[in-house]
Structure formats: C-alpha cells, structure tokens
Ligand binder design. Sequence first.
Ligand SMILES: Cc1ncc(COP(=O)(O)O)c(C=O)c1O
Length: 474
Amino acid sequence: MAMASQALVSSTFANVNSAKDVSFSSAFSPSSLRCNDAMPRMTVSRGIRVASCAVESLEKEKTSYATKVTRNANFAKLQAGYLFPEIGRRRAAHIAKYPDAKVISLGIGDTTEPIPSVIAEGMKAKAQALSTLEGYSGYGAEQGEGSLRAALQKFYLKLHPDTGVKASEVFVSDGAKCDIARLQMMFGADVTIAVQDPSYPAYVDSSVMMGQTGGYEADSQQYNKIHYMKCTPENDFFPDLASAPRTDIIFFCSPNNPTGATATKKQLEELVAFAKKNGSIIVYDAAYSIYISDDSPKTIYEIPGAREVAIEISSFSKFAGFTGVRLGWTVVPEELLYADGFPVIKDFNRVMTTSFNGASNIAQAGGLACLSDDGWKAMEELVAFYKKNVEIIVEAVTSVGLTTYGGKNAPYVWVHFPGQSSWDVFAKILEEAHIVTTPGSGFGPGGEGFVRISAFGHRENIVEAAERLKKLFG
Ligand SMILES: Cc1ncc(COP(=O)(O)O)c(C=O)c1O
C-alpha cells in the first residue's frame, strides 16, 4: 500500500483546482480558503498573511498495481485541463512569483457582489422553516417545486407574451452547466454538433466526453466531427449559416460568452429557420439574458416556430450572484420531437428523474425570491452595477486605441489584439499589470487574437484595473 505523507502546500497551490479567488490582502480570511475539512494554518511572510493547508502529498509512493478497468478513450481526447482551472494555475504561479502584488481577477466569470438581501431573506426563511416540524421537507420533485416552475412560466410571459412556455416544460436544476452535461447524456454519442466559435467550453468538452467527436487536431485546434461556426467582427459575430453543414444539435449562446455579442431577432429567425430546414435541435443558452438592454430577444421562444426546434437553458448564477448557491433551469417544449415523433421532453424528464434528485429546496426558495417584484428589482440593480463596470473597462481600453466588442448586453468585454496570440497577451497583462483575464483562444480557435475581460468585480478593483490597462497599453 502506498504511504500517504503529509506536506504543507501554500494556499496558492492548494486552491488551484477550485479556480476560486484568494486575495492576499489584509482582508483575507482563512475561511475563504478551501482546506477540505481543516482550517488553514496562518503564517506571516514578508508582512503578508499566508494561508497553508495540510494536504496529502501528491508524491505518494509509486505502486505497480493497476485495476483492470480501461480508461474511457474519449477522456484521453480532451486537451489539457478545462480552461478555467488552467487560468487558476497560471494565476497561482503568478502570485507565488509576486507575493506582494495585488492581483485583480477579471478572468473566470464569477460574480463578486453580495446576493441582494431580499433574495437572501427568502433562503433564510426556508432554512429556518426546515428546522421545524411543519416546515421540514425532504426530497422534492426532480423537476423542481411547482411554485418555482410557475414563477418561471410567468418570467417567460414577462419577457414576451408569445413564448408559450408552460410550467410543466420547465425543469429546475442545479445550474446551466450541469444541464448541458445532462442534455448531452440524453443526446448520446451518435449525434453531430455545431458550436459558435468561440464559445463557452462546456459544449465542446461535454461533447468530447460523450464520444460525439473524433480526435483533436493540433493544426486547426478543433475536434473532428464538431462543426465550429466562426463568429468574428467580420460577420457581426453571427455565423454564416448559408455555408454551415447540417448537424443534429446546434449550441447557441446569446448574449454570448465570451464575445458578449447578442443575436438580433432577425438573426434568431434565421437560426430557427436553419434548424427547421435541417431538422436540428438548438440548445439555446440564455444564461446572460438579463443583461440585454436593447430590443434583442431575451429568449429563443420569442421567435415563432422555436418551440419545435429549441431547448433553452438558463441560470440564476449571473442574474443574482447564485454561482455558489447553484440554481438554473431548462425548458423543453412539448412540441419538440425526435425523428420518430417521440417527445424530447419525456426523455429529458427521464434523465432528470434518474440522474438528478431535485435542486436544493433552499436554493429554490431563493429562486422564488428572485422572481418576486422586489427580487427582480434587486437583480436589475445588481446587473446595472456590473454594466457600469463594463463601461469603465470599455472606456479605459478604447481610450488607448484598442478595439472592443460585446459589453453592451453582457458582462464581458471582448478586446481585439489583431495578429497577436491570446495567451501571449494574457501573459503580458498578468505579468505587467497583475490582472487575470481570459485568453480568447481558450474558447476555440476563433477566439485567437482576443482577450476576454470580465466585468464581475468590486468597483475599486475595476477602476484600478482600468487604470493599469491604460498605463500598460497607453
Ligand atoms: C454561457 C454560460 N452558460 C452556462 C454557464 C454556467 O452556469 P451555471 O452557473 O448555472 O452552471 C456559464 C457560466 O459561466 C456560462 O457562461
């Protein structure tokens, strides 16, 4: 048996897999560091408090024993790590190199501002009720509580009078990313997929894991059998559907992560017509719809005919700072049918009842509070705060001659560095301005030459980052 030895690993390394911000400022609190079950040990190094975790050394004694289980070959196709843990690793290495630097994280799109109290109160009341005989409840419906499904139906009605979304078509979940994986489980290994390029990495990586793809081609930086729909300034970040091949599934995100581009009604009509012509299913990711402030559609179901071709996923993560609370939903319309006429909703219901046991009842109470009048107002204020951050970033980078996209209807600014490598620009900004961004190429080959700056941040950090960027590129 291998002997597990204990080693002290500084928080920068202990925390890399969580991709979670650890600030080394005086405001740093030991409880903000994950040390499994133990509290971190605090020491002082060069006047800075450093938290350390006792973790099992990875340097375990080598063993020749291996099981007889064959590794899932699809996992061997995956390139490096998932994008954000990789950024976390680089951030950690930077902090180790410059322990005195104040690193500002505008990389991973994680929210930073507190959950509005009117929403937190909803969760508090539910948590307290659970401690009473009358208020206790155990497992809930796998599809979500009826009251929240009904509130989400009303939410769609508020977005547009003709969406036709029914409460019974809404599946409440622990988040949009988890729903992407569950949808892939439902689609199986034999479907073909298309993604916007660049796009949120979970679509491509879950497709690889499911076995829908061939191998990775280093030259094109693409997986075989995935169709990458280029979205660049030249096509206004909307793919050229006339030249796109038919695929079974089309992942489409608007407002888009990472580009911030938002499809117009006309473009979405084109997308729905394209899916209908080809008999494809659109998985429409509306995780940022609340950031839309012009007349772009906030749901695919604003488009006539979408109910026959589209599933919509969404989330409270970026609406209300629920990235840690975990609450999202998926809509599967009754009219969406497989080739043999079988309703997709029945299979999705089967997936949810088999591989999910219902979202946390406390989180669902929070979701209900979000959708109350006061909760909605509070979410709008939160979104307005982040959109002001966007303005500050855009103003700074455009003032030094850089071109930006997105931002208008999204919390992301897509900055163009023509002819340069995204990872090189990422490294320069980190090295010289101590700011963590996200290299555009991490979202697909179409993101090469861009860097994504997230507007999720405390105002003072955003203002400081803006100043540093102006100095760096001015
Ligand atoms: C486009 C998009 N979809 C889904 C998610 C994940 O959302 P959730 O936190 O609900 O899993 C994210 C998170 O960044 C995202 O950017």
